[in-house]
Design a binder for this molecule. Structure first.
Ligand SMILES: *[C@@H]1O[C@H](CO)[C@@H](O)[C@H](O)[C@H]1NC(C)=O
Length: 348
């Protein structure tokens, strides 16, 4: 050993301890069982990561796992399980950075001992990092934000249909209904709530619209409408066949050279899919509850039914609750907060 070695060991120890304590301790969730009335398949084996291919996995859900949004993910998972008729027939696919994968996996396992899930390293992370151009909101530039574009290669080929969910959502309805959305047409690979009243022009730069070679060609033969990529049903088999991940990357390459949009991972999705998605009822994405991006104002629900609340936007309910300045709807999120004492969750 050289004289420096003890210091190195000490430094490694300190950083290991610092990493280990960066994830708070979460509560253990209750065990949710399949409803006898719902004609569920037998439970998916929760101890077997290969169970992703089990014929009993009736619904597949994909999310990212990330230390900074973990509190949101834990609450979202709890909400999915609580409102599912067949919670033991759901398989969760989590994508994480390889650096924190095992620690995050252990945290999920500790809180959901009987959850059927697998954690995948985000294999494309380094390449995506090189493709990302800086957007106006720094938080949108995390490579893991783009993991949703690579689910077709990340998840095993046996998984055909998956529900992708952002970490800042709460379901108040059965995810199986969302997963059962019809995707008619051999080319339809995405289903999501569409918003044809939103100003689609605003998502791209004037330079993009000024160039027919780009904008006319991009949307030839379709009527593009805005959709939010935080809640989607994806047909991964069609996605693989059409090579949509590569198409998204092509737009990201172009963006690095030409600046055709401002905001993170959403515009390349719109470029590839807007106007060719299957519609989902708006109840499945009551978005914008994060509030106004600039002044932090609270937002209310849109008119109509609610099956999923989405705190998209800058403000997150856990930050506002911790700061003692919650928006009214943050009380709904708090009912699923796994950092809170058991009584608060059990009784809701
Ligand atoms: C839509 O957005 C563009 C670009 O931001 C703007 O120029 C245009 O006035 C907007 N149109 C409507 C109807 O709001």
């Amino acid at each position: 050993m050289t004289p420096r070695a003890p210091l190195l060991v000490l430094t490694l120890l300190i950083s290991a301890v610092a990493t280990a304590t960066s994830i708070p301790r979460y509560r253990e969730a209750p065990h949710f069982t399949n409803s006898a009335a719902a004609q569920c398949p037998p439970p998916v084996p929760s101890s077997d990561a290969d169970a992703a291919c089990s014929p009993h996995a009736a619904v597949h859900v994909a999310m990212t796992l990330d230390a900074s949004y973990l509190r949101g993910t834990m609450a979202a998972v709890l909400s999915v399980l609580r409102h599912a008729s067949c919670p033991e027939s759901i398989f969760f696919h989590f994508v994480a950075s390889s650096s924190s994968l095992s620690e995050l996996r252990d945290t999920v396992r500790a809180s959901f001992p009987s959850l059927a899930f697998r954690v995948y390293p985000f294999a494309d992370e380094a390449r995506v990092a090189g493709l990302i151009s800086t957007s106006i909101r720094g938080a949108l530039d995390r490579p893991l934000n783009y993991a949703r574009s690579y689910l077709s290669s990340t998840l095993p080929a046996c998984v055909r249909r998956v529900v992708y969910l952002d970490s800042d959502v709460i379901l108040t309805d059965d995810v199986a209904s969302l997963a059962a959305t019809p995707l008619h047409g051999e080319d339809t690979a995405v289903a999501a709530p569409e918003y044809c009243g939103a100003n689609f022009t605003a998502y791209f730069t004037p330079g993009f619209w000024a160039s027919p070679a780009l904008s006319k060609a991009a949307f030839a033969g379709r009527r593009p409408c805005y959709f939010n990529t935080g809640v989607m049903v994806l047909d991964l088999a069609r996605w693989r066949r059409a090579g949509y991940a590569a198409q998204i990357e092509e737009w990201m390459e172009l963006q690095k050279r030409l600046r055709i949009y401002e905001l993170g991972s959403l515009p390349p999705f719109l470029l590839v899919f807007a106007g060719r998605i299957a519609a989902v009822d708006h109840r499945w994405n009551q978005h914008g509850l994060g509030g106004d991006n600039y002044r932090g104002l609270c937002r209310g629900l849109h008119a109509g039914a609610v099956s999923l609340l989405h705190w998209s936007g800058k403000g997150k309910p856990w930050d506002r609750l911790d700061a003692g300045r919650p928006c009214p709807l943050d009380a709904v999120w708090a009912k699923y907060d796994m950092l809170q004492p058991a009584a608060a969750i059990e009784s809701s």
